[in-house]
Write a protein that binds this ligand. Structure first.
Ligand code: PAF
Length: 295
């Protein structure tokens, strides 16, 4: 298939390499217009070259995999829409929720697929990618056209397993969001490793966050029991104990975080239902204050 990756950060680059290894014609679209080629080295593999910023590749793309940060999604995809064929499938893969709420209407003429992944990767330099943790990926249709793209799970599975198709992608997105609402702001504020959150001093905060998240999920009809969520938060913390979360890295590099689409999204939904979420609200404000202090 002809696949263009929009956003060659760590997750985008990881998929670019694996999809190319699986035999697909992969190109990259980057925010550096002067670039015509991207060299990527995944772990100890041989370097791979990807055609970059080619309108020709965009026009023939079967799939656009959008892996930019949540707050970059609208600007990045809007700029490409005029070049895409109507049947091009657009797959969004990022942390957080709420990005679909304000995208241009013409986007909905395309099959839209949402994806969430638990693979861990980081880029120690511009061209190299370390795959730090094997995880799994879930795909699911967002609109009617997207719901017919079930076959994509085989395409992705052949490239980087394991991949499943979900008929209720929002449930998978809420599961990931719930984990991110706990791990990301705490590790970013305290500038610590994910594993440090197992310390006793964080336990009350973690329980409060989990209970607020469960209340909002109940109102949204994506119920989860608080003990079940607490256990899965602890499992992810343990499995990624030596990792720096994406938000910890963003804050340490003074980059805008995805907080508006993580705890910010949870607070927005909570407000709509008249539910009070003071702990999430407090962490949201703390991250916003850190971001604002840079300007
Ligand atoms: O954003 C991240 O870093 C990851 O989604 C997670 C699961 C918190 C692990 O670091």
């Amino acid at each position: 298939m002809n696949i263009t990756i929009l956003g060659a950060g760590s997750i985008g680059s990881l998929w670019a390499c694996h999809l190319a290894n699986a035999g697909h014609n992969v190109s990259i679209w980057s925010n550096k217009p002067e670039k015509s080629e991207t060299l990527l080295i995944l772990d100890n593999q041989n370097p791979k070259r990807f055609i970059t910023n080619s309108v020709l590749q965009l026009k023939s793309a079967d799939v656009i995999l959008v892996t930019v940060k949540a707050w970059q999604v609208k600007g990045a995809i809007s700029a490409l829409l005029e070049h895409l064929a109507p049947e091009t499938i657009i797959v969004f893969m990022h942390n957080g929720m709420g990005t679909m709420d304000d995208l241009p209407v013409s986007l909905y003429e395309h099959p839209i697929v949402l994806a969430t992944t638990t693979h861990g990767a980081y880029k120690p330099s511009q061209n190299s990618i370390c795959h730090t943790g094997f995880g799994s990926t879930t795909l699911g249709g967002y609109n009617n056209l997207g719901q017919r793209c079930h076959f994509l799970s085989d395409v992705f599975e052949n490239a980087l397993p394991s991949v499943t198709w979900s008929d209720s992608i929002n449930k998978a997105l809420w599961d990931k969001l719930s984990i991110n609402c706990v791990i990301n702001p705490l590790t970013a504020i305290h500038q610590c490793l994910n594993g440090d959150l197992l310390q006793e001093k964080f336990s009350t905060l973690v329980v409060q966050l989990v209970s607020e998240i469960c209340a909002v999920r109940h109102a949204e009809k994506f119920e989860i029991n608080s003990d079940v969520l607490l256990t899965s938060v602890h499992q992810v913390i343990s499995a990624t104990a030596k990792n720096h979360s994406s938000m910890q890295q963003d804050i340490s590099h003074k980059k805008i975080t995805e907080i508006d689409y993580i705890n910010g999204y949870l607070c927005k939904v909570a407000q709509r239902h008249g539910i009070s979420v003071p702990t999430n609200q407090e962490l949201y404000s703390q991250i916003k204050n850190i971001e604002q202090s840079w300007s």
